[in-house]
Write a protein that binds this ligand. Structure first.
Ligand code: 0PR
Length: 391
């Protein structure tokens, strides 16, 4: 550490230099991220309220009330009434909270298990490890959808929870949520939906008549939903969210911290100190965009998604892995050869996509920062690579 501090100008100069290593969303090369540049207003508001700490809600009663207002607004967007919930550091923390709830609500099960798809995000493996839960992962069908027969066969007397995914990490697919729900009907099993990505896509796809199968609280057995503002919600990092149907959860299994400056509160979080600024920013983002603003963002992403799908269709040797449900495109080889060589060549040309080796696909997430011209350049390189590699 320096003995004497530096001038602001000098600090800014050093930072500018050091951070040149970072990629920028608008550079056109980030095609595999689920995060994006937040709405400008969100950044401004977040900065203004950066010191608010919801880890001590009693000190920030206004922010706490704003969080609850936001939760109930999102709960309604997700087909619920009087939904409770809270914002987290991201989808991983939200999924961890959901699995903890599933386990805690079934103290009678000695060796708790959770059934979910093989496509489930790594955060469930982390949560299961921390909570000592056994995950039972159901196979996928040929077309990457969930094999429901296998899913059902994995449920047994140790099952404390099941998870449905509304927007898989690899391909953005939506599990058959209603069908999973029927398997839990009348049973004392928590049903959690991971819509970390899809949560702020699906409601707007529905408005655009581009998606119709129910995935949210409109399915009566759904108990909780993860949905992240810092993905398609245009929110500031870090903002995830968990939304819950049962208002009594907090009283039942919330952590009580009796010594807070602001007085006694219960919470479900893993973290203690947590940002209020990001949540106030998301409140402002919803007010600023409204439903129509989100519809427009999703419509543009889907337009670009369809453009990419069409262009991939014109390249011999590769194909799309499956028809996209939302703004995520999987690219695989036509003959089943490994996608890894193509991925290597793409990286050499500075393309930042995601590689899913087990599924043999490259993932393009067509986020709001992705422009058609970026996709045009990407396709041009892809065409050349496929030619050079003689696919
Ligand atoms: N659930 C799903 C379905 C996800 O896709 C993710 C993250 C999570 C939960 C966990 O969310 P947090 O990362 O907020 O904890 N999905 C992305 C992924 O792993 C995260 C990501 C974001 C990856 C930006 C790359 C990137 O540039 O693919």
């Amino acid at each position: 550490m320096l003995k004497n501090g530096l001038e602001k100008q000098e600090i800014l100069r050093i930072l500018e230099e050091k951070l040149k290593l970072d990629k920028l969303y608008d550079s056109g090369s980030i095609l595999g991220s689920m995060c994006t540049e937040p709405l400008d207003l969100g950044i401004e508001i977040c900065m203004k309220y950066i010191s608010k700490n919801l880890g001590d809600p009693g000190l920030f009663l206004g922010t706490t009330a704003l969080e609850q207002e936001l939760v109930s607004e999102i709960g309604e967007l997700f087909g619920g009434k009087h939904i409770m919930g809270t914002f987290t550091t991201g989808g991983s923390e939200a999924n961890l909270i959901a699995l903890r709830i599933a386990k805690k609500l079934r103290p009678d099960i000695k060796n708790p298990e959770v059934v979910l798809s093989q496509s489930a995000h790594i955060s469930f493996d982390k949560a299961a490890d921390l909570l000592d839960i056994k995950l039972r992962k159901a196979h996928l069908n040929e077309d990457f959808t969930l094999d429901m027969n296998h899913f059902e066969s994995l449920m047994n007397q140790n099952t404390c929870g099941v998870v449905g995914i509304a927007g898989t990490t690899s391909l953005g697919l939506v599990d058959p949520i209603e069908e999973i729900g029927k398997k839990t009907d009348g049973k004392d099993i928590s049903f959690h939906i991971d819509a970390a990505f899809g949560g702020f896509v699906l409601p707007f796809l529905e408005n655009l008549n581009l998606h119709s199968s129910p995935w949210d609280f409109s399915v009566k057995s759904v108990d909780s939903i993860t949905a992240d503002p810092h993905k398609m919600g245009m929110g500031v990092i870090p903002t995830g969210g968990i939304f819950l149907r049962d208002k009594s959860i907090l009283q039942k299994i919330g952590f009580e911290i009796p010594y807070l400056a602001g007085g006694n509160f219960k919470h479900l979080h893993i973290v203690g100190t947590r940002p209020g600024g990001t949540i106030i920013a998301f409140w402002a983002i919803l007010k600023s965009l409204g439903i129509n603003g989100f519809n427009k963002i999703v419509e543009k992403c889907m337009d670009n998604t369809n453009y990419l799908v069409k262009r991939i269709g014109g390249i011999k040797g590769i194909k799309i892995a499956t028809k996209p449900v939302m703004n995520i495109v999987g690219i695989t080889t036509e003959n089943g050869d490994t996608i890894c060589k193509i991925d290597e060549e793409l990286r050499k040309r500075n393309w930042m996509t995601g590689k899913f080796e087990k599924l043999n696909l490259i993932r393009v997430v067509v986020m709001p920062h992705v422009q058609k011209v970026h996709l045009k350049n990407f396709v041009k390189d892809l065409e050349n690579i496929v030619k050079i590699l003689k696919f």
